[in-house]
Design a protein around this ligand. Structure first.
Ligand code: IPE
Length: 254
């Protein structure tokens, strides 16, 4: 029988202080690692870059220009955060393995055209926890571009046939008129869209909440719902992975 597969993204704004270069929030990382380590299903973890990566990508204008030095600096920076996360997961008793998108994904005009899934399925089967991250990735049209963790989770959700897709942010979900919207579909999206902003801290080169919701609505169109929740709050990861509606459910139109 195939294992249940959960895909969890933790935003860079949760794991780092986005306003200060390469500043991990160590207590939060340790807590999240413990919560992830105790989850029972087969899991793929994807983390954002926060102040490891966004600042470099912005400095070298990587979305606009092909810059070999910028590619290396940005990649090395997110890999440093990946190592911190992987170390914390080891201390928490998980069996993490780092997987770097620069080495296994290819873009065409900013969208994933190809990604090597075989190693991931094998890792999940054998109880390992693949840990991917937003990264700078080669792009057939542009040379290189920034691949967000959000696009990675939707791609993996489709190709691995995920049972649960959860996106942990610093917000309680999608906020409209000061309240958490419990469900977002294509029907109510146009109403809430004007209130969906970018994100706090450094320029977010991958677009903030609006891009997340658009990405997840496309996934919902393919029949895979997902949850946006607050990973800054203790205990929420477990609930989200168990399918509790803690946050905003992005789902297909009924
Ligand atoms: C961005 O990844 C990757 C780089 C800037 C290299 P994400 O878009 O997933 O990161 P966060 O969650 O916004 O920090």
């Amino acid at each position: 029988m195939r294992k249940m597969v959960g895909i969890l993204k933790i935003g860079g704004g949760v794991l780092t202080d986005k306003t200060k270069l390469e500043s991990p929030r160590m207590e939060t990382i340790e807590r999240i690692a413990a919560e992830v380590a105790s989850s029972s299903s087969g899991l793929v973890l994807v983390h954002g870059a926060g102040s490891f990566g966004h600042i470099h990508a912005d400095k070298y204008d990587l979305r606009e220009k092909f810059d070999p030095e910028g590619i290396l600096e940005t990649h090395r920076s997110v890999v440093r955060l990946n190592e911190i996360v992987v170390e914390a997961l080891c201390r928490a008793g998980a069996h993490p393995v780092p997987v770097h998108p620069l080495s296994c994904a290819l873009l065409q005009d900013g969208r994933i055209e190809d990604m090597n899934i075989g190693p991931l399925t094998e890792m999940i089967e054998r109880g390992l926890l693949p840990v991917l991250h937003g990264d700078v990735v080669m792009d057939r049209a542009r040379g290189a571009d920034i691949l967000s963790g959000d696009q990675i989770i939707t791609h993996l959700a489709r190709s691995l046939g995920a049972d649960v897709v959860a996106l942990g942010t610093r917000e309680d979900g999608v906020i409209y008129g000061g309240e958490v919207v419990s469900r977002v579909t294509r029907e109510n999206y146009h109403r809430i869209e004007p209130e969906l902003g970018g994100s706090r801290g450094v320029d977010d080169v991958t677009g903030g909440m609006r891009m997340k919701v658009m990405e997840l609505l496309d996934l919902a169109d393919d029949g895979i719902p997902s949850l946006i929740f607050n990973a800054g709050k203790k205990g929420m990861i477990e609930k989200a992975l168990e399918g509790e509606l803690v946050g905003t459910l992005v789902e297909g139109s009924s």
